[in-house]
Design a protein around this ligand. Structure first.
Ligand SMILES: Cc1cc2nc3c(=O)[nH]c(=O)nc-3n(C[C@H](O)[C@H](O)[C@H](O)COP(=O)(O)OP(=O)(O)OC[C@H]3O[C@@H](n4cnc5c(N)ncnc54)[C@H](O)[C@@H]3O)c2cc1C
Length: 699
């Protein structure tokens, strides 16, 4: 039987991240099993074409059961069936949710999931073209950009918001979520940056990563309380692959609970009814939440995606990454509170320059725009249950939208908010006849409209929630060797789109599995105001690492005198590193600033540093009089430890000396070159200035 250390089920937003991160360690082998096929279709990568993937062979084509709160209608519940999962099919809007969501999870017992705990993982995944700051990262695998299309209706919507008195917010993922603005997108060079593109592709060449597509996992093999592998169906054949360490289920909010239930992990009574042996009695599938969306549509004289989606525009977007089809279709929007006493936004709006009707499945037959209102702080819980014990039968899904008191009022408030914006001159000037709107503003008509047109925003979560199905380490309660790591583990749906959250969950899961993690951010760094964000020179306001590296090497090789201010600037330009990236022996060279440490190191015939592991460090490797290397312990006070620590605007690897009040911080110029910065250990003549040095891997 084939075996792997880790089997990751589902190559979606989370699964691609997890498989890529786990396979960074060449000592483990990882299998990523995906029911869908490769992500080769152009419609996946050309942003404005994603609507064509709905109800296609790239869609699981799931439907809800008749929904009592929505006039008994059944809702399409689109899910990506392809490498990248929903990240290959979604609207690319980059939103993380609200600080209060994560702090709420932690307050309810999800230890390690507060906003300060998860922010380092959002930042680690990110390569934000605006540059990095206390909230955003650069150099990560996920490209986040401002989008290349600037549709005039997106701007008209923002003007109308301003006319209605709503304030602008340039960064919904920064200090404050409230306000209106353009969405940042998971796009790179005008094309979609799915998890498959950003995380998986760069890892595909690794010999320790196997990706199996068109392979449906039928159930998890559980023996004596331990997950030992998975049963797979591929090309008409069934077979089992074994997991030496863990099975991690990343099959998404509908399919992860479906798979657990098929494997005998779920409510015992439900399983017994279908003659499935219960391995663990857990409320799997019970906590489902989603955002209800209600569309308002107007015809317009402007060109919209209806008339812009030409074969030529498609070809231009595909080959050159520009033109109207680089749009995600919903370029602007905002976050609002239905009442001032709401603790955080409970409504999100999207302006889409397209016609969205009949649950997103209606024919787009004319130029039109949609203001979509979404209730982002629901209370109701739905459920995912088994239709039968056959793995290829789709699960039963009850979204239970509007089941709780007060939810209809929020939806009605959302419609009124949207109408209040749409009736401002900036949008009125662009609009024509309403195509889809309530009969009148009367409560009864608006409520009827919500029941008739409400649908899913495709943000389902919480069916395998932390606290009820998995613990805070994402381990399935009562089953060894089994975790869930995708949007289903969120205790409740966050206030906003859920792709970034799924990616963050997988980033964190990788560290939980590997047994080390990023430290939480300090509140001080986190509280940095928006206006205080440093803007960097170089590519689109981002880093200019190549230039900084060249200058650094010049200074190290020439021993030319350097000004500490210049070195401070070079430091800012470099990327953070993690302890496992810098293991090994390094040759060191002081940078010449006249710091007292240069003299001390010269006297010791300093060679460099050795990091055998994060806990086994030799801070000072020197040469004896015969030129032989040895670990100098008198001057260094012994050893030290590597750990991630916040420093200035970053969180990067630091060497904390065991017996001296000294910390060295490191950043990466390239794979073989680090810049080091020592704090502490100064003499009065140093005037509080830091000692800078360069570390290089010996040839
Ligand atoms: C149309 C649409 C638009 C959206 N727009 C946005 C947006 O603009 N911004 C945003 O942030 N979020 C958006 N979302 C939501 C977001 O994309 C999802 O929340 C996120 O992708 C979920 O990630 P996941 O890893 O939990 O699941 P998925 O990405 O769904 O991954 C699950 C993977 O598991 C595979 N799988 C399932 N069962 C099995 C099995 N038995 N065997 C093998 N493989 C299996 C699936 O094929 C899939 O690849 C949108 C979603 C949709 C559908």
């Amino acid at each position: 039987m084939t075996w792997y250390d880790y089997i990751v089920v589902g190559a979606g937003s989370a699964g691609c991240v997890l498989a890529a991160r786990l396979s960074e360690d060449p000592r483990v082998n990882v299998a990523l099993i995906e029911a869908g096929g490769p992500d080769t279709a152009r419609e996946i990568h050309v942003p404005a074409a994603y609507g064509r993937l709905v109800q296609s062979s790239y869609d699981w084509n799931l439907w809800s059961e008749p929904e009592p709160g929505l006039a008994g209608r059944r809702l399409p519940l689109t899910r990506g069936l392809v490498l990248g999962g929903c990240s290959s099919q979604n609207g690319m809007i980059y939103i993380r949710g609200n600080r209060q969501d994560y702090d709420g999870y932690a307050a309810d017992g999800a230890e390690g999931w507060s906003y300060d705990d998860v922010l380092p993982y959002f930042r680690r995944s990110e390569d934000n073209e605006r540059g990095k700051d206390a909230y955003h990262g650069t150099g990560g695998p996920l490209s986040v950009s401002d989008g290349r299309s600037r549709h005039p209706l997106a701007d008209a919507f923002l003007d109308a918001c301003a006319q209605a008195g709503h304030r602008a917010n340039p960064d919904f993922n920064g200090a404050c979520q409230d306000g209106t603005g353009r969405y940042q997108l998971t796009q790179r060079d005008g094309r979609r940056c799915s998890s498959a593109v950003g995380f998986l592709r760069p890892a595909l060449a690794r010999p320790n990563l196997s990706v199996l597509t068109e392979a449906l996992v039928l159930h998890i093999v559980v023996q004596r309380g331990r997950a030992t592998g998975v049963r797979i169906k591929r090309g008409g054949q069934e077979f089992t692959v074994a997991a030496a360490q863990e099975v991690i289920v990343c099959a998404g909010t509908y399919n992860s609970p479906h798979l657990l239930l098929l494997s005998g992990i779920g409510p015992a009574a439900d399983l017994a009814r279908l003659d499935i042996e219960t391995h663990q009695d857990l409320p799997v599938g019970r906590g489902l939440q989603d955002h209800l969306a209600v569309p308002l549509v107007w015809r317009t004289r402007e060109q919209t995606l209806h008339s812009q989606s030409t074969p030529h525009a498609m070809a231009t977007a595909w080959s050159e990454g520009r033109g109207p089809m680089t749009s995600n279709g919903s370029e602007s929007g905002g976050f609002f509170r239905s009442a001032a006493e709401q603790p955080a936004p409970d409504l999100q709006l999207y302006l889409s320059h397209s016609m969205f009707h009949e649950d997103g499945l209606g024919d787009v037959h004319t130029d039109a725009y949609t203001v979509l209102t979404s209730s982002i702080s629901p209370v109701s819980r739905g459920r995912v249950t088994l239709r039968s014990a056959a793995p290829d039968h789709k699960p039963r899904i009850h979204t239970n939208f509007l089941a709780s008191e007060g939810e209809m009022k929020t939806a009605v408030d959302g419609i009124r908010l949207a109408l209040g914006i749409a009736r401002r001159p900036a949008l009125l000037a662009r609009g024509g006849r309403p195509h889809l709107a309530p009969e009148s503003d009367a409560d009864g008509d608006v409520e009827e409209f919500v029941r008739r047109t409400g649908c899913s925003t495709y943000h389902p979560t919480s069916t395998c929630a932390i606290g009820s199905v998995v613990d805070a380490q994402l381990r399935v309660l009562g089953v060894e060797g089994l975790r869930v790591a995708d949007a289903s583990v969120l205790p409740s749906v966050p206030r906003g789109n859920t792709n970034a959250a799924a990616i963050m969950i997988a980033e964190k899961a990788a560290d939980l599995i590997r047994g080390h993690g990023l430290p939480p951010v300090s509140s001080a760094a986190d509280a940095m105001p928006l206006s205080g964000r440093p803007q960097k020179a170089g590519k689109a306001g981002g880093k200019n690492t190549a230039l900084a590296r060249r200058r650094l090497m010049d200074l190290a090789e020439s021993h030319a005198r350097a000004e500490p201010e210049e070195l401070d600037e070079l430091w800012e330009e470099l990327e953070c590193v993690r302890p496992e990236q810098i293991l090994g022996t390094w040759r060191g060279s002081p940078l010449n600033t006249g710091h007292s440490a240069e003299r001390r190191l010269r006297a010791l015939r300093w060679y460099g540093k050795t990091f055998n592991s994060p806990d086994d460090v030799q801070p000072l490797i020197c040469r004896d009089e015969h030129g032989r290397l040895y670990s100098e312990t008198d001057a260094s006070g012994g050893g030290g430890r590597l750990q991630m620590l916040p420093f200035r605007n970053d969180v990067t690897t630091a060497l904390v000396y065991d017996a001296k009040p000294v910390i060295d911080y490191f950043k990466k110029a390239d794979h073989d070159t680090l810049m080091g910065l020592m704090t502490g250990g100064n003499e009065p003549s140093d005037n509080g200035r830091n000692f800078y040095f360069v570390l290089q891997r010996p040839c």
